[in-house]
Structure formats: structure tokens, C-alpha cells
Design a protein around this ligand. Structure first.
Ligand code: NAD
Length: 283
């Protein structure tokens, strides 16, 4: 029977450590770090994510500044706000909650964020830093969290076969690069991959970031694999669930993350870690 990786507990331990580091920052620099969070429109899932991020700021000692904009605002208004926050010395990190309503050019907004304040790590400069193994960059939070969850099992990734399902710029691609940094042999699968199961069955470490409930069934998982489920979906009863058939895969895996309580809390802990890194670079 596999062990459940308790993302909530691991994230909470990270937040405790970060709290001390934020307190030290506040004493030595004379102010708390500040994170600006921008949300456009009323998407209920985004509203929950933003609320959780603001709560995390309060818990660790970061000042948060929330900008909740109606979806009727112009692209230019949002662009001006980002530019203003870029130039505000008191703001250390800027986060634009995605997805933006369809009328907005999200790519242009992300490009506008000063890479030193881009705590989500979505800008071309920060993705380039990850590719080039430049540790000064701010890396995407969810992939950072995934790596910490894998390392929490005591596994050395060197030489392991890691299979990533999903190739988004936010999760799939950056996590594949991080797994490479840890000397894993990496395979990336996506919507056009033929015979997905033939790849997932070969995985010592399986990371699934698709957004389709029960995409990964027990017959697709190798005995003893570490399974990291990034997906966030709703099941038939409206309950949150991941991309992996958790109950069926649990007996086969050596370790597995639950949804909720796995990758989600770690993403927020890594956002706080990135905010500290950005703040240290802004003194
Ligand atoms: P995305 O929609 O940008 O990318 C989905 C990827 O899945 C694509 O690369 C696509 O090629 C691949 N895909 C689609 N159907 C497939 C199939 N049948 N077989 C194999 N691959 C397939 O999504 P994303 O932003 O990478 O997010 C993926 C999931 O993770 C979503 O459910 C999202 O809500 C969740 N997510 C969770 C967190 C968290 O903190 N827990 C953070 C980010 C994303």
C-alpha cells in the first residue's frame, strides 16, 4: 500500500520556516515584504486561489495588496497598473491571477511584469533562467512545490525515469526542466501522445498535470511509482479531485499526493518563498 504525501503538512512546515525568515527580513530591512495580487473578473475558482494566497501572506508576515478589478476594465488600465507596481519600490512581488477573462491579452500582461517581481515565474526571462539553470531567477511555484514533494519522500531522482503528462508553460514544461536539473531521465507526454499508458507504465516518478479526472488509472502505473497529481477537477458529486484515480492507484504506488491537500498547498508555500527571494533582491 502506498503512502500518502501530506502536502498540507509539508507546506505548513515550509511556512513556519519562512515566517522566521520574513520576521528577520522585517527587522533588518525595517519593513515587511509586500506582494501585490491582481484579479480581474469574478471567476469563483480564481477568487478562492486569491483568498488562499492572501491568507498565506497574513500567516507568514507579508503585506498583501489586493486589486480586484471588474472585467469591464480596459487592457490599458491593467497594463498601467502593472507598470505602476513595477515602479513602486515598496512592492516586492506582483502576481496576476490567471486565467484573465478572454478579452485580455494575458501574454502581454505577463511580459510587462518586471522579472524581478514576477513571483509566479511565468515571464520569458524567468523561464529562460530555469532553462539555463540560473539560480537567480524566480521559478514557477507549482513545479517548485512538486519537486519538494518528491524530495520529501527521501527519493534521489538521479537516473530515475520521470514521466510528465502535460506540457503547459506553467506546469508541464518547467517541472520537466527541474526534474532534469535533478538528473532524472525525463519523458514529456501531451494531448497528441500516442498510447499514453505505454509511457506512464515506465515511470518511476509520474507527474500528471492535465485537468481530466481519472485520466490515470491503476493499469497505467508501475508498481512502486511515485505519483504526483497536479490536476484540479470536480467529480460527479461536485467534490474536488485530481487527474489520477486515487483509490485505485494508492495500493500500487509507493507514494502519492492527494487532491486536495497535495500540490495545492505547496504551490502557495513556494509563492511565499519566491516573495522572500524577490524582496531580498529589492532592498
Ligand atoms: P493546461 O490546460 O495549460 O495544459 C494541459 C496539458 O495537458 C496540455 O499540455 C495538454 O497537451 C495535456 N493534455 C490534455 N489532454 C491530454 C490527454 N488526454 N493526455 C495527455 N495529455 C493531455 O493546464 P495546466 O495549467 O498545466 O494545469 C493542468 C491541471 O493542473 C489543471 O487541472 C489545473 O487546474 C491544475 N493546476 C493545479 C495547480 C495547483 O497548485 N494544484 C497549479 C496549476 C495547475
Amino acid at each position: 500500500m502506498g503512502k500518502i504525501i501530506d502536502g498540507k503538512a509539508i507546506a505548513s512546515a515550509w511556512q513556519e520556516k519562512l515566517k522566521e525568515q520574513f520576521a528577520y527580513f522585517a527587522i533588518t530591512v525595517g519593513r515587511k515584504p509586500k506582494l501585490a495580487v491582481i484579479m480581474v473578473g469574478e471567476d469563483p475558482a480564481s477568487a478562492i486561489y486569491v483568498r488562499n494566497k492572501i491568507r498565506a501572506c497574513e500567516a507568514v508576515g507579508v503585506t498583501s495588496e489586493a486589486y480586484k478589478l471588474a472585467d469591464s476594465v480596459e487592457q490599458s488600465y491593467l497594463e498601467d497598473l502593472v507598470k505602476k507596481l513595477n515602479n513602486d519600490r515598496a512592492v516586492d512581488g506582483i502576481l496576476v491571477q490567471l486565467p484573465l477573462p478572454p478579452a485580455f491579452n494575458a501574454k502581454k500582461i505577463i511580459t510587462l511584469i518586471d522579472p524581478k517581481k514576477d513571483v509566479d515565474g511565468f515571464s520569458a526571462k524567468n523561464l529562460g533562467s530555469l532553462l539555463l539553470d540560473d539560480k537567480k531567477g524566480l521559478y514557477s511555484c507549482t513545479p517548485l512545490g512538486i519537486i519538494q514533494l518528491i524530495l520529501s519522500t527521501g527519493t534521489d531522482l538521479t537516473g530515475k525515469h520521470a514521466v510528465v503528462v502535460g506540457r503547459s508553460n506553467e506546469v508541464g514544461k518547467p517541472v520537466a526542466l527541474m526534474l532534469l536539473q535533478h538528473n532524472a531521465t525525463v519523458t514529456i507526454c501531451h494531448s497528441k501522445t500516442k498510447d499514453l499508458a505505454s509511457f506512464t507504465r515506465e515511470a518511476d516518478v509520474l507527474v500528471v498535470a492535465v485537468g481530466q479526472k481519472k485520466l490515470i488509472t491503476a493499469d497505467m502505473v508501475k508498481e512502486g511509482a511515485i505519483v504526483i497529481d497536479v490536476g484540479i477537477n470536480r467529480d460527479e458529486n461536485g467534490k474536488l479531485c485530481g487527474d489520477v484515480d486515487f483509490e485505485a492507484v494508492l495500493p500500487k504506488a509507493s507514494f502519492i499526493t492527494p487532491v486536495p491537500g497535495g500540490v495545492g498547498p505547496m504551490t502557495i508555500a513556494m509563492l511565499m518563498a519566491n516573495t522572500l527571494k524577490a524582496a531580498k533582491g529589492n532592498v
